[in-house]
Design a protein around this ligand. Structure first.
Ligand SMILES: NC(=O)NCCC[C@H](N)C(=O)O
Length: 410
């Protein structure tokens, strides 16, 4: 399958990028879990079983599942890619020159598959083959020479396909920054993605994939809050208009809190005209509508788009329906009452992954929300997530669609 294209949240899912959690999760301790953005210490074996159930559910619906670790191992077989991802590790100012040399020698000796694992799992001082120097001497055995990337599990955030191009994002939190050196290398160097254009790159204004919802072909919603900044939304809008990837970007402010770190923690699409949404925000969520001033830019004509036209704010569902050119965007509530809604929102009840219109994957624990979805005609494939959820992400967060069919009901 080489047709990589995504222009909706619900078109038939063809290919998806996942990361099966591995040794990087075993690095989490009660001392570092907060800074590594986990709310608990997951049982690694059970998290892997849960993730395998997720992947199996997708495969049994004819979805091609790609794994980051496989693609990365193939990518770092390309010398330029190897140099790039290694340099990103060595750029860490905490290493100092002496330890940096030891780490460089250590990585240079690794075969591609072991290098890929090390880049994801990190490296402790005890695992470094040779050491020496002041920084090394002052480290604990279990201190990280290379930080682990436990949040790579949430592949949604580090890249997002818009049409036939991929936005490699610019992650806000220190613990996640290096993730995009890996996704960027995959998209720039893996033979499968040869010729792919990047519509966004790391290092630009903060933008995370969990905030980007492709509401309909040409209509992109971007949440701005704890992670994505307004300037990131503006940059993405301008780039999408210049390249003919969108005609409207809805910019949606969300509370800057952990429970609502991304737009997809409060709202995901389950049909071409329906979302499951956290009722505690449904009535207050607003949208600013951004379009290209002077009309859509002709992508065949090189040069920057005219400036942006900004209007609003107005209620999100009103702005969204207008941009999507539908009468109403239907809302299905999380939970039944405010307390259940709050509990199930926290446990990623809103974070569904659509395989097709009216067919989605959701965590089994969100009993009320799943029942609500079914009452509204949405088929729910339930997966376990008690361990996976300790990182605060659900099926949508754990998946980056690479190919989807047309968003139409069958
Ligand atoms: N799209 C998402 O909501 N992703 C979940 C990210 C969870 C991760 N522990 C984080 O804090 O970034």
């Amino acid at each position: 399958m080489s047709h990589h294209h995504v222009d909706s949240e619900v078109g038939r899912l063809g290919t998806v990028l996942l990361h099966r959690p591995g040794p990087e999760l075993a690095r989490l301790t009660p001392r570092n879990n907060d800074s590594l953005l986990f709310d608990g210490i997951p049982w690694v074996g059970r998290a892997q079983e849960e993730h395998d159930t997720f992947a199996h559910a997708l495969r049994s619906h004819d979805v091609e599942v790609l794994y980051v670790s496989d693609l990365l191992a193939e990518t770092v077989a390309v010398p330029a890619a190897r140099a790039e991802v290694t340099q990103a590790v060595l750029d860490d100012v905490r290493l100092g020159d002496t330890l940096r040399r030891h780490v460089a020698d250590h990585l240079a000796a690794l075969d591609p598959a072991t290098l890929a694992t090390t880049l994801i799992a990190g490296l402790s001082r005890a695992e470094l083959r040779a050491g020496g120097g002041l920084v090394h001497a002052l480290m604990d055995r279990s201190d990280f020479v290379i930080d682990p990337l436990p949040n790579l599990l949430f592949t949604r955030d580090s890249s997002v396909w818009i049409g036939g191009q991929v936005a490699v994002t610019s992650l806000a939190m220190h613990a996640r920054r290096r993730e995009t050196t890996l996704t960027c290398a995959i998209y720039r160097h893996h033979p499968r993605f040869a010729g792919t254009s990047l519509v966004y790159e790391p290092g630009l204004e903060h933008l995370e994939g969990g905030d980007v919802l492709l509401l309909a072909p040409g209509v992109v919603a971007v949440g701005v809050g704890e992670r994505t900044r307004p300037a990131g939304a503006e940059r993405l809008a301008r780039r999408c208009f210049e390249r003919g990837l969108a005609h409207t970007v809805l910019v949606v402010p969300i509370a800057q809190e952990r429970a609502t770190m991304h737009l997809d923690t409060v709202c995901t699409m389950v049909d071409v005209d329906a979302v499951v949404m956290y009722p505690n925000v449904a009535s207050t969520l607003q949208a600013w509508t951004v379009t290209a001033a002077g009309g859509a830019h002709d992508p065949a004509v090189p040069g920057p788009a005219a400036d942006l036209a900004v209007s609003g704010p107005e209620p999100f569902i009103v702005g969204a329906a207008k941009a999507m050119r539908i009468d109403t965007l239907r809302i299905i509530d999380t939970g039944l009452d405010p307390v259940t809604a709050e509990r199930e929102q926290w446990d990623d009840g809103n974070n569904t992954l659509a395989i097709a219109p009216r067919l989605c994957v959701a965590y089994e624990r969100n009993v009320e929300t799943n029942a609500q979805l079914e009452r509204h005609g949405i088929e729910v494939i339930r997966i376990p997530g008690s361990e996976l959820g300790s990182g605060r992400g659900g099926p949508r967060c754990m998946s980056a669609p690479i190919a989807r069919g047309l968003a139409q009901r069958f």
